[in-house]
Design a protein around this ligand. Structure first.
Ligand code: TA6
Length: 308
């Protein structure tokens, strides 16, 4: 089973609006509410691909109930710790120029007992899981070394841990050497202190991260694919050209595909190909963190992976 951690779930509210002007009243043309948080996108993709997936984290209030209902509609199994605070909402404004402006709420305050309860649940889920995937931010009062703690626990159980987060959560998390990370160029700079502006520099930093004990380091190059460091090799992944409609959630879809590849025991090349196909398939859908299995299969045929 793949266990997906989404500690800071959210109702993602997507507004269609003409334009955004500071200090003005603006009326949205439409609003769409979906279950979000990066982990929920990961869980959705892995579920669509047919794997046994369980999503966990904290949920509270009416917003938490909304997410539970949505997960049921999406066919995603969930086992969340109930908290007193309310699950957050994240707002995305799509303006007529097709730019997306986001406002992400911080999330509820998690009490000490609530965190303890979650950790007990996690220990239990670890035993039943083969892979753990964690994405995104954490709610208020959750310690910044939470992912480090969760990775150490997974390591003791011999379970692979995929970590896709940012800032201090990532910095502390990598101290526990997760199996997989997916930093962007700014995050690489934050971790290694070195600016990267071209492929050669990215490869150099991927190698450093590998030497730190992280088995697989993936860096997205956007529409140009990605670079993946695994064992002593660097793979260049090229994806077919597509007409992107909504690339938000493509990183999460990549993680979902990667988790599925690992779960199925694919070799690294096939795992990367599935991940890249999922990231690309998400970008041609309007819905964030969604894809179609048949589209993934088609795109996978055109993914090119070379060792450089
Ligand atoms: O970028 C959009 C998104 O994936 C939304 O689903 C929203 O919930 C947000 O990211 C969450 O990101 P965070 O890092 O705050 O957990």
């Amino acid at each position: 089973m793949i266990t997906v951690l989404n500690l800071n779930a959210s109702i993602d509210k997507r507004y269609e609006i003409k334009d955004i002007e500071k200090g003005k009243v603006m009326r949205a043309r439409s609003v769409e509410n979906t279950a979000g948080g990066k982990g929920i996108h990961v869980a959705n993709v892995a579920t669509i691909l047919g794997e046994d997936v369980l999503a966990t984290g904290f949920l509270g209030g009416k917003t938490g109930e909304f997410i539970e209902d949505k997960l049921k509609d999406m066919g995603i199994k969930g086992d969340f710790s109930k908290v007193e605070g309310s699950t957050r909402e994240c707002l995305a404004f799509i303006t007529d120029d097709l730019e997306q402006t986001e406002v992400l709420e911080p999330g509820p305050c998690i009490k000490e007992e609530e965190l303890k309860e979650f950790l007990i649940k996690y220990d239990d889920l670890l035993k039943k899981s083969s892979i753990i995937s964690a994405s995104g931010s954490v709610p208020k009062k959750v310690p910044k070394d939470i992912y480090k703690t969760l990775i150490e626990k997974a390591r003791k159980e011999g379970k692979k841990f995929l970590l896709d987060t940012s800032g201090e959560l990532l910095l502390k998390g990598i101290e526990a050497k997760p199996f997989f990370i997916k930093p962007n160029q700014d995050e690489i700079e934050m971790i290694t202190g070195n600016k990267v502006s071209n492929e050669k520099e990215i490869i150099k930093e991927i190698k450093k991260l590998r030497e730190m004990g992280i088995e697989c380091v993936t860096v997205s190059l956007g529409k140009d694919g990605s670079l993946v460091g695994y064992k002593d090799k660097i793979y260049k992944v090229e994806v077919p050209k597509i007409k992107a409609i909504n690339p938000v959630g493509s990183g999460d879809s990549f993680v979902g595909g990667f988790a599925v590849g690992l779960e199925r025991g694919y070799n690294i090349k096939d795992t990367i190909a599935l991940a890249a196909a999922c990231g690309t398939a998400n970008a041609i859908e309007e819905e964030t963190g969604f894809l179609r299995k048949e589209v993934v299969d088609e795109i996978a045929k055109d993914i090119k992976i070379s060792v450089i």
